[in-house]
Ligand binder design. Structure first.
Ligand code: ADP
Ligand code: MG
Length: 698
């Protein structure tokens, strides 16, 4: 069980000062916790920038376009005209010069009261030159001496969501810091000293209360400490899980391969060399006594599904069941719809199970799974509810696509007796990082694409040329093409996001009529499915989508991918999006619409995409480009699955974390010594509960 020491951090965020029911909802959205954000989530939501208010120049010396805090005397009010139009201007001066403060739509009472003529005030805000005159539009602060004394010289700036204010986020973070319990130190004393690291709590405090912009630097001491702690928790979890999976001896699935051969013959294609090789590896694992823990890596479209199906057939031939879990409803459905007809040709009994099943169907599936009347089940995380019992689960396939989580893997694998595990990922991960994400799993990679694919014509164009682009799209559609049109994530606002996609869909509808479909993250599941289905059937021929929706559906007829504001996407993300086309035999194109001017890194990124379609190469390049400091999407968040660790910056800490985790387990494999006990705490802190439970249980 989670130690009670941590309870204050797992309390609802709504218990923090300043978070009422309305704000609580906003935090839930901001922190990606629809089930309810916790104090911990607030604490781990670090500022991504700072406002430095340390500059206290004389007005004459104030540097335009920087934040300044000046002391000045109020000289004159220039009120809006009688109809209340125009800004309220206030002229202030010191002995070196003057500044006009400009308030739009301000309450005049407030301005008069805060800035009475003749008073001396401290004014903080961004100084600008307008027609050669100094001005500050909407000063951030207007203070007397006392208030100035309380002004933090450097303020944290948090990522927000619509309706949430900086001061609310800052106040919540401050409240969350106060809830931090006293932690034992889990990093070896000599390491802490050598690296000059703060404690875990000290690092959080340093970042939420920066005294200089450097304090929040992702490569700085505080951020490194947090990243290390997270990597350590992660490596410990991976090691513990692996050790556990390995202690249960595997079972040999004895099959002669006849079912697989029949299935292979029923496939409309021959396996590629890479697929055949991966399948050989998998079959060897399945047939041996050893428990399989294998990662199947390959770009979208590289043909992982066929490999998974053949692997499942092998296990079924050996008299056992197989399960395949997809991260979303849409993907689970798609897998099922594609696999079921194939499975039927060789008499495999297959069912679909998702969160949306009706009760009678669900009961029927459950009964059939428990009795062994079903061979294969495809589904979402609904598969690992307690009510799901297998007669004899031999193989669990987890299609993680772009997500990572040991949780699902463990839960599904725990459904069977020594169930073999095949994890599939469409994110090609550089070798150096496989360890961070997956621990030491065996790896099969599909680098080779199925034959007959034509290279995708990739181009970049400024968004200003949209008329030309729409004209070209119109010609292509007339010739029978189908196209995706992706609108990017608008920073910090899902509403704006959806609005951008809606606007684009509207604009395209005015040209292409009801041939234009739309999917976005705010739509209800069935509506999403319906929109996807219409695109799949060709009822709509342009699908406008936000990236919130993983356009995971396989539509081989789609040959055009248009990405709006491509400069806001990361290289790997663009690569994934492009992978949605070029799946059929038709010639495909990918158009990256950007808003210029492009920086060096954005140019390099586009150049790279034009040059290659090899996801592994792109992943390595992505890492390199990120390492050069330009983080796309501006989100300073961790790598997928991590809150703090950024593998471009903290990759060096990974080896240390790995080493320390191994050493800790070597000292006490149940983490039962003193150091081990603090590491258990660390596991709970980073929500590796499953792993922590492994060492606690008898
Ligand atoms: P992934 O799961 O890796 O994204 P899929 O398994 O969905 O890829 O395969 C993408 C497409 O390629 C599917 O339409 C599939 O039928 C087809 N395909 C898979 N293997 C081959 C092959 N060896 N030759 C030709 N087409 C293939
Ligand atoms: Mg797939």
């Amino acid at each position: 069980m989670r130690p009670s020491l941590l309870d204050p951090l797992f309390a609802a965020a709504g218990t923090l000062p300043g978070i009422g029911p309305k704000n609580a909802k906003l935090f839930d959205r901001l922190l990606g916790r629809p089930q309810g954000a916790r104090v911990l989530d607030v604490l781990f939501h670090l500022p991504h920038a700072t406002l430095d208010r340390r500059a206290r120049p004389k007005i004459r010396d104030a540097i335009p376009d920087t934040i300044v805090t000046v002391q000045a005397k109020v000289v004159e009010h220039r009120e809006p005209n009688t109809r209340g139009r125009g800004p309220f201007k206030v002229l202030v001066e010191d002995d070196t010069g003057d500044v006009t403060l400009v308030f739009f739509l301000a309450n005049p009472e407030w301005v008069r009261a805060r800035l009475p003529v003749g008073a001396t005030r401290w004014i903080s805000g961004k100084l600008e030159l307008y027609d050669g005159m100094r001005q500050i539009v909407h000063p951030d602060k207007v203070m007397d001496d006392e208030e100035l004394a309380r002004l933090p010289a450097v303020e944290p700036v948090y990522g927000l969501t619509e309706g949430l204010y900086q001061r609310t986020a800052a106040r919540a973070a401050e409240g969350a810091l106060k809830r931090l319990p006293p932690f034992p130190e889990w990093v070896a004393a000599d390491a802490v000293e050598k690296l000059n690291w703060p404690t875990f709590a000290g690092a959080l405090a340093a970042m939420h209360r920066p005294s200089a912009p450097e304090d929040i630097d992702p490569a700085g001491r505080a951020a490194s400490r947090l990243a290390y702690d997270e990597l350590l928790a992660n490596q410990l979890a991976l090691l513990l899980v692996r050790a556990r999976l390995k202690t249960i001896a595997g079972r040999a699935h004895v099959a002669e391969g006849a079912l697989g051969r029949r299935l292979e013959a029923a496939l409309p294609f021959a396996l590629t060399g890479a697929q055949a090789k991966a399948l050989d590896d998998i079959r060897a694992d399945l047939r041996s006594e050893k428990r399989m823990i294998r990662l199947l890596q390959g770009d979208v479209g590289s043909g992982k599904t066929a490999v998974a199906l053949l692997a499942m057939a092998e296990v079924v031939e050996a008299g056992r069941q197989a399960a395949m879990m997809a991260p979303t409803e849409v993907l689970a459905r798609q897998h099922f719809e594609r696999l079921a007809p194939l499975a039927a040709t060789v008499g495999l009994r297959m069912a679909l199970m998702t969160g949306r099943d009706r009760a009678p169907e669900r009961r029927e599936t459950l009964t059939a799974l428990a009795s062994g009347a079903l061979d294969i089940v495809v589904g979402t995380h609904a598969l690992f509810q307690d009510s799901v019992v297998f007669a004899d689960l031999g193989l669990a396939v987890v299609d993680e696509q772009h997500r990572f989580g040991v949780r699902q893997r463990l839960a599904l694998a725990a459904k069977g007796q020594a169930t073999d595990l095949l994890v599939m990922t469409a994110t090609p991960i550089p070798r150096s990082l496989v360890l961070a994400y997956f621990g030491d799993m065996d790896v099969s990679a599909l680098r080779e694409k199925p034959p007959g694919r034509q290279p995708i014509d990739t181009r970049a164009m400024p968004i200003e040329r949209i008329d030309e682009i729409v004209a070209a799209l119109s010609r292509a559609l007339a010739a029978g093409a189908r196209a995706y049109w992706i609108c990017p994530l608008v920073e910090e606002s899902e509403t704006l996001d959806v609005a951008a996609a809606e606007d684009r869909a509207e604009a395209l509808r005015s040209i292409f009529g009801d041939k234009v479909g739309l999917v976005h993250g705010r739509m209800a599941g069935p509506d999403k499915d319906a929109a996807m289905a219409r695109f799949q059937s060709g009822e709509t021929t342009v699908l406008v989508s936000t990236t919130v929706v993983e356009v995971g559906v396989d539509v081989p007829e789609a040959t055009i991918m248009i990405v709006e504001h491509a400069e806001r996407f990361g290289l790997a993300q663009l690569h994934q999006l492009r992978g949605r086309v070029g799946r059929g035999a038709g010639r495909s194109s990918c158009l990256l619409l950007y808003k210029g001017p492009l920086g060096e890194t954005a140019k390099a990124r586009i150049e790279m995409l034009r040059e290659t379609e090899d996801g592994f190469r792109i992943a390595e390049e992505d890492l390199r480009l990120r390492g050069e400091g330009d983080v796309l999407g501006a989100r300073q968040a961790g790598a997928p699955g991590f809150r703090f660790a950024r593998l471009d910056i903290h990759a060096g800490l990974l080896a240390r974390a790995r080493h320390d985790a191994e050493a800790a387990i070597a000292r006490s494999d149940r983490l039962a010594d003193e150091g081990g006990r603090s590491l258990r705490l660390l596991l709970y802190l980073f929500e590796r509960d499953e792993a922590a439970k492994l060492v606690e249980a008898g």
